[in-house]
Each structure stands twice: as structure tokens, then as C-alpha cells.
Design a protein around this ligand. Sequence first.
Ligand code: GLA
Length: 407
Amino acid sequence: MWASAVLLVLLGSFGANALDNGLARTPPMGWLAWERFRCNVNCTADPKNCVSEKLFMEMADRLVEDGYKDAGYEYVNIDDCWMAKQRDANNKLYADPERFPSGIKGLADYIHSKGLKLGIYTAYGNFTCQGYPASGMHLELDAQTFAEWGVDMLKMDGCKQMDRHTMKKGYPQMTKYLNATGRPILFSCSWPDYERGAGIPINYTLVAENCNIWRNYVDIQDSWQSVLSIIDYYAKEQDTLVPVAGPGNFNDPDMLIIGDFSLSVEQAKAQMAMWAILAAPLLMSNDLRTITPEYRDILLNKDVIAISQDNAGIMGKRVLQDGDVDIWTRHLEYWEEWGVVFFNNGTTATTVTIKLKDIGFSYILGYDCRDILNNVEFGHIEIEQLRDWHVPAGPGGVLMLYCFDSE
Ligand code: GLA
């Protein structure tokens, strides 16, 4: 009797505190300013590229007009450096009035009028990573302010909160305040990444109870090396990270840099393919006003997006290494449906000769597979059949398959 009463109280408090916004049933898709536009606040010298409402409005226009919204990209996310340098007389955050003359509410209205959603950024601790005012002492007020403005997603960073041990308390407090606003706000947490950096053990159960998506590892930069180091981290940590991902909860390997300055077309395909296999948020950080069609087509590849957005929300993992090629699989919603990536770390094109059975496919009547980056049907394949798989030259050449059970 007592035990069940205690349990009820515990469950009650868990229910009230845990994130219950119903969001991110599949990995969120959209656009995020940081990697491409950084903390460029000089609108006099660089009016086209500074962090201003104009930038976000122009990206929203491109999302709608160039097919991204139809493909599923819906969030337009502000990152650091949007705030005025001080809070207002009521202690509220407000946007820099010169760069955001409509205020965040006005920007949110614009974004919503396009059928899109607005994301914003703050930090745990007194300052953002770039030294702007952050939410440290004002978590509740800021949660309310964001909700009043009509914000749909919040990224809470934390590099200036030097005592990383406090994050396991602070982030769940913000979760509670976000819940209390009654507005569903997707919560993106940087907390595990800071714990990792400080050598603090990460309690992923707690993270998943409180956050929709979370950063695990260092910031992505505009280089292939950076993409590769992130993929390596996820491979190394997959036994910890795969079990915590699922509808409502996803590991975040950071932004897509497809269409920026560094990735070749092949490498851009590799990032897209891998982020889909990892059930990662697809948040592009690029300039949609100037991106070239070959990169845009990669971002709009329907078959790859279908794997990313599969309803089961299972995160894929590396299942086999064959010479320079790593093979990753992601189990999809239906019984024997899979996404597969052959990822070439070497520099020359190569052939991997394996059976589907070697990568865990077990349906005895076999599978049908298709190369979804080049739209080539491979037809029916038995699980015991040794078959050659041609993988393009690397570093970062990929072959991506969609396979399903067939007779
Ligand atoms: C940290 C985050 C980045 C970005 C910057 C902004 O480095 O990890 O994603 O938000 O801060 O200053």
C-alpha cells in the first residue's frame, strides 16, 4: 500500500518534470545559422550575411520556394549572437533592435506565415559561448519569454558554465519550465557534450528524459576531417548511443555542411547518407541563396530522407569493416527493411565482396536492394549469395542502399 503510494508520487513528479512535448518523433529537419554565419554581427559591412532577421527571413523564403519545406525541412533556427548585450528593465532577453527590428515575435510570425517553425538559442550559465546574455539565473523567465514569442525549438548551450557538474540539474530545470509554458518547444541540449569534455560520466537515461535532441561531441567545422572525426566518434560510442535513440530522442552529430566550401559532391553524399543512417537531426548550415543544384539535389534526395525519417527512429550502426570500407546498417520500421551505407575511407574506388548475411540480413527468401544515391535497381539478392559491391573512391565515397525482404 505504502509502496504503491510512494510509487505514485514518484511517477507523478517524473511525469511533471520529464519532457512531454510530443515532438521529434523523427529526427528534426531544418536550417541552423551557426556553422555558416557564425557571430557575424556587422550588418554595416556585411548586410547580406550578418545575423539579422533578414537572414532568417531569406532562408525561410528559400526553404519554401526551393523545395526544402516540401522535403521535410521545417525549422529555421537562430543560433548565438541574436540578443541585445543586456536584458531589458524587466530582466527579459530581447533581440538586438538594429539587427532584429521586428523583434523575435515579429520574426516568428513571419516564419509561421510560411508554414515553418522558429528555433532560438540560449545557454545555461550567465553568458552564451560568444559572451551574450544567457539564461543562467533566469531559466523560468526565459522559457516563458520564448513561449510568448512563439518559439518552436530551443537550443541550450553551456560553454561558459564552468562547473559542468551542475548541468545535470540545470538542464532538467529548463525542461520543467518549458513544459510549464504549455507550448511544445523542441529542446536541444548541449549538456552531454560538455560532460564528455569534462570527463563526467553521462547519464543518457536522464538526458533522454529531458531533451529531444542532444549534442554528444565537438562542433562540426567546414572540413571533411571534421565530418570524419564525428563519424568515428559515433562508431566508437555506438553501443552507448544507439540504445538511447528513438522517437522523441535523438543523438545530434551537429549540422549538415553540405553546400558549404569544403565538401566535394561525393563527400556531401557521404554526410547526407551517414546522418540518415545515424537518425541524426538534419539541420543544414549553408547559404540556401547561393547553393548549387548538385548540392541541393543531395539535400533533397527523397529516398535518403525517407531513411532518415523512418518512423521506428532506430539509430543505425557500423556492423562490418572490410579493408578500407565500413558498412553501416539501419533497421527501418517494417520487419526486414534496411538502410545500408558502404563508406570508403580509402582514396581509390573499391569492391567489397560479401553476403547480405554478413551484415545481419536473415530473411531466408532474400531481399531487393536499390542504390538510392544513383537510383540503380540491384534486384533480388539471396542472403547466402556472395556479391560484389562497388564503392566509389574516397575519402568519403559511399554506396547507399535501401533493401527490403522479397521473394
Ligand atoms: C558552441 C556550440 C555551437 C554554437 C556556438 C555558438 O560552440 O557548440 O554549436 O552554438 O557555441 O557560440
